[in-house]
Every structure is written in structure tokens, then in C-alpha cells.
Design a protein around this ligand. Structure first.
Ligand SMILES: CC(C)(COP(=O)(O)OP(=O)(O)OC[C@H]1O[C@@H](n2cnc3c(N)ncnc32)[C@H](O)[C@@H]1OP(=O)(O)O)[C@@H](O)C(=O)NCCC(=O)NCCSC(=O)C[C@@](O)(CC(=O)O)C(=O)O
Length: 275
């Protein structure tokens, strides 16, 4: 059959068993000539009526959020957008942008640094909070459930600790919004409770606190809103991509070329006998 004949043929003639149509079968979107539906809604109904945050919710979950849910998600997405060129993801974006690659390459390079230690810890943090809740549901009091989850967790608990901030300035406003949402019955509040219990436990007996960081505070929001753990990382990536793009764009306009991680006058130490 020619390409043209294949395009014009009724679907069942070229795919009688439906195997080809099922290859990428999806509930996310439907496209036919003249038709674009996203989660069952014509795109023309969404254009001009639906904000990007609600759109993210719709695409990931299949329904639209209530206004308070959208506002909470929006706050988390706004909070993690940028942390300046000290953040590895932002530094990589800027460095890549001076290397003669396109914006897409700079953004992709930066996104690829978001992992367990930087920006991607929200995923494991949700699992840790779930672990506390599971132990409580099994009959332990919060303190014991928290202690056991910490004891069984990794040495560096995901969502806690920060290189710069004794108290991450993004923590308090985010948690205050969750507290309001709990009070108004928008979210249940159990992940918030578990996160604060871990934070309090980590602070005990320490001179230098191990504060909840942006990955932890946003993980609480994503979990409270019912997003599965891997999407805590996915949503951080979406949010940080905004800052990454802005920095890559700004750097690309600077005219600087082939910029390294530190000024060229600063040379890394040469340590021949370093293992
Ligand atoms: C983030 C960092 C590597 C920092 O390390 P630091 O170098 O400060 O800590 P260290 O010097 O290794 O430890 C000093 C003492 O605290 C203890 N201690 C530290 N963290 C502890 C912890 N989590 N659980 C128990 N104990 C801990 C440690 O055991 C030691 O205790 P001791 O030996 O007794 O002295 C570390 O916390 C960590 O891996 N966190 C877990 C992974 C995580 O959540 N990642 C997200 C970080 S947010 C982010 O990525 C977004 C960002 O904000 C990034 C940015 O720009 O930076 C942005 O917006 O872009």
C-alpha cells in the first residue's frame, strides 16, 4: 500500500487487529485531523481558561484541581524555580550556554543534574514520609515511627540539610500554606506532620541544625496533594526548568564563550598522589 493510500484507508484496513493503534494507546491525549483533546477536553476549551499549573495537574492526573489545590501546587512550583548560580543545576545551564549549544541542550544538561542530592530528593522524601505514616498506621506513636523510619533511612535523609541555609527561606511560607490547607480541609496533613517530626528529631542535640530544604518542603506539598513519589522529582524538574531557561538565556546573551566553572585565573589544585 502506498503512503497516500495508507493515509486514506479506513483504520481497520491497515490495522485490522488494532495492534498498531494500541502501540501508544494513551489516556493523556487524543489527536485526529482537526481534533486535539487533552485528558478528554478539547484544547480550544482549555486555551484562555486554564492556567499552566492547573494544566500540569490535568495532564498528570486527568481532572482539574480545585482552586485551593491549584494554589498550593502553584506555590510549590514557584518556590523551586531558581536558587542562583551556586546551585549546580543553574551553574550547568550557564556553563552549557557558553559552549555553542542551543538553549534546549543547555536546559537538558542542567535538568540532568537534578538527582538524589540536588533537586531530586523529593521523590525519596515522599517515600520517607510515607514510611513514617505506614509505621503509625501499624500502631506506633509518631515519635517511635519517626525514629524507626530515620534509623532505616539513608545517612543523609532526603529533603533535609542545606549547604547555605540554616533555615531555608522557602520552608516557612510553604509549610504555612500547607497548614492553612489542612485547617480548611483541603489536604489531610499527615505528610506535613511526619516531615515536621523528622525535622524536630534531626535538630535534637545538634549545634548546627539539619533544616528541611526546598526538596522536603515541596515534597510535603506534592504528597499532601496526592502525587506519587516519582512525581515529586518530576514536578521539581518542571519548576526548576523555568530558572534554568532564564539563566541559560541570560548567559547566552552575554557574548562570553567557553566559560568554565571558576574564573580562568583560579586553577584546580594538582594533587598527584591523591587516591
Ligand atoms: C544537601 C546536602 C548535600 C548538604 O550537605 P552539607 O554539605 O550541608 O552537609 P554536610 O557537611 O555533609 O553535613 C553536615 C552535618 O549535617 C549532617 N547532615 C546533613 N544533611 C543531612 C541529612 N539530610 N540527614 C541527616 N544528616 C544530615 C551530616 O551528617 C553532618 O553531620 P556530622 O557528621 O554530625 O557533622 C545534604 O544535606 C544532603 O545530602 N541532604 C539530603 C539530600 C537532599 O535533600 N538534597 C536536596 C538539597 S536542596 C537542593 O538541592 C536544592 C537547592 O537548594 C540546592 C542548592 O542550591 O544548594 C536549590 O534550590 O538549588
Amino acid at each position: 500500500m502506498t503512503d497516500r493510500a495508507a493515509q486514506e484507508a479506513p483504520v481497520n484496513e491497515i490495522d485490522p487487529t488494532g495492534a498498531v493503534a494500541d502501540w501508544w494507546a494513551t489516556a493523556v491525549s487524543r489527536m485526529e485531523p482537526g481534533v486535539i483533546e487533552l485528558r478528554g477536553r478539547p484544547v480550544q476549551d482549555l486555551i484562555g481558561t486554564t492556567g499552566l499549573t492547573s494544566m500540569i495537574w490535568l495532564m498528570l492526573r486527568g481532572d482539574l484541581p480545585a482552586p485551593r489545590q491549584a494554589a498550593l501546587l502553584d506555590a510549590a512550583l514557584v518556590a523551586a524555580v531558581d536558587h542562583g548560580p551556586q546551585a549546580p543545576s543553574i551553574a550547568i545551564a550557564r556553563m552549557a550556554a557558553t559552549c555553542g549549544v542551543g538553549l534546549n541542550n543547555a536546559v537538558a544538561s542542567a535538568v540532568n543534574t537534578l538527582g538524589d542530592a540536588h533537586g531530586g530528593a523529593g521523590e525519596q522524601c515522599v517515600r520517607l514520609l510515607d514510611d513514617v505514616i505506614r509505621r503509625e498506621d501499624a500502631g506506633l506513636d509518631l515519635r517511635t515511627a519517626t525514629d524507626r523510619a530515620i534509623a532505616d533511612g539513608p545517612r543523609y535523609l532526603p529533603g533535609f540539610g542545606h549547604r547555605f541555609h540554616p533555615r531555608d527561606p522557602r520552608r516557612d511560607p510553604l509549610l504555612a500554606l500547607v497548614e492553612d490547607a489542612v485547617r480548611d480541609g483541603v489536604v489531610p496533613g499527615r505528610h506535613l506532620r511526619a516531615g515536621k517530626a523528622i525535622e524536630a528529631r534531626l535538630a535534637e542535640g545538634r549545634d548546627r541544625p539539619v533544616p528541611m530544604n526546598i526538596d522536603g518542603a515541596t515534597a510535603i506539598i506534592y504528597a499532601e496533594l496526592g502525587f506519587p513519589a516519582p512525581l515529586a522529582r518530576g514536578l521539581f524538574v518542571l519548576s526548576r526548568s523555568v530558572g534554568i531557561l532564564a539563566h541559560a538565556w541570560e548567559e547566552s546573551q552575554s557574548g562570553r564563550r567557553n566559560k568554565g566553572p571558576v574564573p580562568r585565573a583560579v586553577l584546580p589544585a594538582y594533587v598527584p598522589d591523591r587516591p
